[in-house]
Design a protein around this ligand. Structure first.
Ligand code: NAD
Length: 255
């Protein structure tokens, strides 16, 4: 018996097999879930190719979280493959280069706005678009990089993540009465496309392994994936608005 037998999950954010979302989709299938992937624009083709590396074939539907048209079409596109959803993974982040890497004092609002729309507001957009599919309740899980503190080089992406974490708490408030839980997993640094495109990412991953009591492997996306799936299982029935650290214990240590 798998942890997720009978669960129907929408997994956004599979770009490469190093994407955190890829590990989520793979382990979800291994645990008995039915998985629908989403991708957008020119990345649709790449995601479809990468999807073939999963244990089972998974359909890929189109969803650009900034597109009102895609958001309105989401329910119909998902229903072509499954009759509803029990879980939704938000694994989406983007900030223009000008918004990261040490340019904090000079970043233009238009670049900040892009980061906040794609990386934070999209959690609301995705959750609301998927709501009609979760008539019997469900679990929305997002991925963050602990935004309670300021980091080197993360800059406006860190501000967007703070908004993202807050958005999860407000969604937890408004969707709880509908039986939908909303939580985030705060992962340590992982060498994915999104992360390695941050100018100076090495300074973030730097001493993470040494400072974490459990150690940390920047190439292993399975720990945050497992936590996300645990939150989508029936084993966190009374948890919402929470941030769970999957960072080797880094957050709990003083310097
Ligand atoms: P990734 O590059 O593999 O995934 C990022 C995804 O965002 C891509 O699949 C991309 O298609 C998607 N995306 C960007 N703009 C989009 C849009 N407009 N509509 C729909 N999708 C869009 O990198 P990842 O590290 O797996 O990132 C997944 C999540 O994990 C992000 O929220 C990221 O901030 C978070 N996270 C990453 C790390 C890390 O160190 N890698 C640590 C903590 C949290």
């Amino acid at each position: 018996m798998g942890l997720l037998d009978g669960k129907r999950l929408l997994v956004t954010g599979v770009l490469t097999d190093r994407s955190i979302a890829f590990a989520v989709a793979r382990v979800a299938q291994e645990e008995g879930a039915e998985v629908v992937l989403s991708s957008f624009g020119r990345q649709m083709k790449i995601t479809s190719t990468i999807a073939k590396r999963l244990p089972e074939p998974a359909p890929v539907i189109e969803l650009d979280v900034t597109s009102e048209e895609d958001l309105a079409a989401l329910e119909g596109r998902v229903r072509e493959h499954v009759d509803g959803l029990d879980g939704v993974l938000h694994s989406i982040g983007f900030a223009p280069k000008e918004a990261m890497g040490g340019n904090f004092l000079n970043t233009a609002w238009s670049d900040v706005a892009t980061a906040v729309q794609i990386s934070a507001y999209s959690l609301k957009s995705l959750s609301v678009a998927a709501l009609p599919l979760m008539a019997n309740g469900g679990s929305v899980v997002g991925l963050t990089f602990d935004a309670r503190v300021a980091w080197p080089v993360y800059d406006w992406m860190g501000v967007a993540k703070a908004a993202f974490e807050s958005t999860a708490r407000y969604l937890a408030r408004d969707l709880g009465p509908k039986g939908v839980r909303v939580n985030v997993v705060s992962a340590g640094p992982l060498r994915t496309t999104a992360a390695t495109s941050i100018p100076g990412f090495e300074t973030l991953e730097g001493t993470w392994g040494e400072r974490s009591p459990l150690g940390w492997d920047v190439t292993n996306t399975e720990p945050p994936a497992r936590a996300a799936l645990a939150l989508m299982s029936d084993w966190f029935p009374a948890t919402t608005g929470e941030m769970i650290h999957v960072d080797g214990g880094f957050h709990a240590m003083g310097s």
